[in-house]
Design a protein around this ligand. Structure first.
Ligand SMILES: [Fe+2]
Ligand SMILES: [Fe+2]
Length: 196
């Protein structure tokens, strides 16, 4: 796989940078998501290069401290409501600033897939859905229901989004964790794709 069309350096250099930036556990996760995203792209006739690169980069900013994101929100005059949320939203939604500045990625479709990879949105592109689902079903995941999620993902991307969003919402609600409104928009837009 070569990512030369989208980055000013090759995959080996990118892997080296990711290995230096991420914990070993997360580095393995992004490699697994790259693999799952390529498999999904091939299954659905989408571009495996964009999908693979989105997979490799999606958690690039996951280990940045909260102060990094708080400062970014202030410096760039972003919506102050963002300050109420946490890393789970920030690392994708705002992580794209770091990916542009530190890695030089400019492709808007890849950046958008990364931006919404934890929350989705009402109208997702195939690439958005591939990354969203690949993150959930990659081979290192072993929570109850992951086999079902994998089966659905390879029969329908929209179904995969619906299943994952419903599971995520009930997980968050059970733990009394606040739910970002855009996650509800994703659920409402995709829930009818769930097999019943
Ligand atoms: Fe993530
Ligand atoms: Fe991830």
């Amino acid at each position: 796989m070569t990512y030369a069309a989208y980055l000013p350096f090759d995959r080996d250099d990118l892997l080296e940078r990711l290995e230096q930036t991420l914990s070993p556990h997360r580095y393995q996760h992004v490699l697994n998501v790259e693999k799952a995203a390529i498999q999904l792209a091939e299954a659905y006739g989408q571009d495996p290069i964009k999908a693979g690169l989105a997979g490799l980069l999606h958690d690039y900013a996951k280990e940045k401290p909260d102060s990094y994101f708080q400062q970014l929100i202030q410096e760039r005059n972003l919506d102050p409501d963002l300050l109420q949320w946490g890393n789970n939203l920030w690392h994708g939604y705002l992580g794209i600033y770091a990916i542009q500045e530190e890695l030089g990625l400019e492709n808007p479709e890849i950046l958008e897939a990364i931006r919404v990879h934890t929350i989705g949105k009402a109208e997702m592109s195939p690439l958005d859905m591939i990354l969203y689902v690949a993150d959930y079903i990659e081979e290192g995941r072993n929570f109850p229901g992951v086999e079902e999620a994998r089966r659905i993902a390879f029969s329908s991307l929209e179904g995969g989004v619906a299943y994952e969003t419903a599971e995520t919402l009930s997980f968050l609600a059970k733990k009394r964790i606040p739910i970002y409104p855009q996650t509800l928009e994703t659920y409402n837009a995709y829930r009818h794709f769930l097999e019943r």
